[in-house]
Design a protein around this ligand. Sequence first.
Ligand code: DC
Length: 232
Amino acid sequence: MAEVARRSLVVAIDGPAGAGKSTVSKRLTGALGYRLLDTGALYRCVALLAQRSSVEWTDEAALAKLAGSLKVNFRLEGEINRLEVSGEDLTDAIRKPDISTGASMVSSLPEVRQALLDLQRGLGAEGGVVVEGRDVGTVVFPNAEAKFYLTASDEVRAQRRYDELCANGETVDFESTLREMQERDERDSSRAVAPLTQADDAVLVDSSERSLDEVVQEMLDVVRDRESRPAS
Ligand code: DC
């Protein structure tokens, strides 16, 4: 039988914290042989670099300048999406809880979002990329040919985040993990610019009651189907 010619797409995955986006994105990226662009990591970088140079997480002009000068490189190594910024590996440093709060704060600033918009579009321009974030299907790549909105219940999401932080050796309690996550969701969903929301043409995937394998398989089936369709 003749091979079906497949195209390399932009796959957009949006959803709230703890829905399983990052794990699912890595698996899907590996299965597709694509690159992975973690847009949340870019906001985290801005927050971290600002903290290092004593720039406040509310100083929009200084943060936008910083965002506009980022030189980033992602490299997927198995389950780890390594991030290098100007040659320095920041993979672990950007995952600390205070940087999560900083990333959420800097991401509410329009000038920061604008600076990172150009960077994200440049990084995804050639296709063959899975892009995960909050506004990927709605704002960054509105013409992406496969879009997903991945979610799960608050309790399930907080438990996953709690387990992840414990595994990383952080000292946290479940209640404050749940509360911080809900505050972050509220900020991400209610901000004026590019709030977290499901694109009209995104496939809704609820991972609360389903295994990782099931979720990845469902998404893989959708992407494979679209890869083999002619360009629209
Ligand atoms: O997915 P994450 O937890 O690494 O994201 C960090 C923060 O960045 C989060 O508070 C939401 C924000 N973010 C955003 O506003 N837009 C994106 N495309 C990705 C992340």
